[in-house]
Design a protein. Structure first.
Length: 66
């Protein structure tokens, strides 16, 4: 199935969860937030949130500032 991650198309296996994708991309770390189809997904839901064709995922990285 094809999804879009930060404006780049990716092909994934059917049944992939958001958590699996983030582990594969090494993005399952503190300071990362995820929006799935413009809705923020709680970290506690990453492992059970299934991905479907044409999902649009945006990764955000927390940046310290002053």
């Amino acid at each position: 199935m094809r999804i879009v991650l930060n404006d780049e198309a990716l092909d994934l296996a059917e049944g992939t969860t958001l958590g699996q994708l983030l582990v594969e991309l090494e993005q399952d770390k503190p300071g990362v937030a995820v929006a799935l189809n413009q809705q923020v997904v709680a970290r506690s839901q990453w492992g059970v949130q299934p991905l479907t064709p044409n999902d649009n995922i945006t990764l955000f990285h927390a940046i310290a500032g002053g």
